[in-house]
Design a protein around this ligand. Structure first.
Ligand SMILES: NC(=O)c1ccc[n+]([C@@H]2O[C@H](COP(=O)([O-])OP(=O)(O)OC[C@H]3O[C@@H](n4cnc5c(N)ncnc54)[C@H](OP(=O)(O)O)[C@@H]3O)[C@@H](O)[C@H]2O)c1
Length: 271
């Protein structure tokens, strides 16, 4: 599939969901992988699975990327383990459902720390190795990147940053041989909704399993695509963002997010 299919790959948020499936896809294609998240037990279980199914020995690094010094400490740990990333997959991220004024500031800042600061920091810290290896960067954004999102405002805004940064970096790095791709999934069946405070009853009817999302991400990355939107309906939504005025799209998004919030609050009141 590519000239550099064996490049060592650092994957954040690999303990579950899209990140774990990305790790499975990269390992299946012969990439040595380093798996990063807070839950060491889940990372270790995945590392054992990858060894058994692909023969690839994964490096595990337990790390809370919301902490300001986590990224440099992670790089030092990887260096000590002789793991030099030539592909970086910035996948770790979370959302928060609820009106901005009702959500706790601390939680919203933690979201920015993970979705924006840690992603930016890791991209910068890994850049010398990636450029030297003519490697690749895959940032996981969202279909939310294309819209302002009332009812989940900081999350949508954080993903708009991820898409904008990735597109600009792909332009800046053209001459270096490094490709930068942004994966923009729509609703995907993972632990995301639970952490965001969205009840199961608020799940979108067109949610995708995480494996096809991860496979689309890998294919797009290796093809050097700038933006990857998996799924027909998600492609349609992303396309509409260029045509439909924000005042109209925000109406639909607010209806969906506020109704999820109501269901969450009602669910909590019952328990
Ligand atoms: N699922 C969706 O509907 C959807 C749609 C569009 C975009 N996305 C994006 O896809 C990416 C992956 O999310 P997912 O859907 O796979 O959700 P998920 O199942 O909740 O996985 C999130 C991953 O991030 C890790 N993580 C969370 N906080 C972390 C921290 N402080 N430090 C290090 N790792 C941390 C989690 O591991 P630990 O808890 O072990 O730390 C987990 O491995 C996110 O960027 C998300 O915004 C998801």
């Amino acid at each position: 599939m590519s000239s550099n299919s064996k490049l060592p790959t650092l994957i954040t948020g690999a303990s579950g969901g899209i990140g774990a499936d990305l790790a499975r896809v990269f390992a299946r294609h012969g990439h040595p992988v380093a798996l990063v998240a807070r839950n060491g037990e889940r990372l270790q279980t995945l590392a054992t699975e990858l060894l058994e199914t692909t023969g690839m020995d994964a490096t595990v690094a337990v790390c809370d990327l919301e902490q300001p010094h986590a990224a440099p400490a992670l790089m030092a740990e990887l260096q000590a383990a002789h793991f030099s990333p030539a592909i970086l997959v910035n996948n770790a991220g979370f959302g928060l459902n609820g009106p901005f004024a009702e959500l706790e500031l601390e939680q919203q800042l933690a979201l920015i720390d993970l979705n924006i600061r840690a992603l930016t920091q890791l991209t910068s810290l890994c850049m010398p190795q990636i450029v030297a290896a003519r490697g690749r960067i895959l940032n996981v954004a969202s279909v939310a990147s294309f819209f302002p999102g009332p009812g989940m405002a900081a999350y949508y805004a954080s993903k708009a940053y991820v898409l904008s940064l990735g597109e600009a970096l792909s332009w800046e790095l053209q001459a270096s041989g490094v490709t930068v791709s942004t994966l923009c999934p729509g609703p995907t069946n993972t632990g995301f909704m639970d952490r965001a405070g969205i009840p199961a009853s608020g799940k979108a009817f067109y949610s995708m399993p995480s494996m096809p999302v991860a496979e689309a991400g890998y294919r797009g990355l290796m093809a050097g695509k700038r933006v990857i939107v998996p799924g027909m309906l998600n492609k349609l939504l992303a396309g509409l963002s260029g045509i439909v005025p924000h005042r109209i799209s925000m109406h639909g998004i607010a209806r969906m997010q506020y109704s999820r919030r109501r269901k969450h609050t009602e669910g909590n009141a019952k328990t």
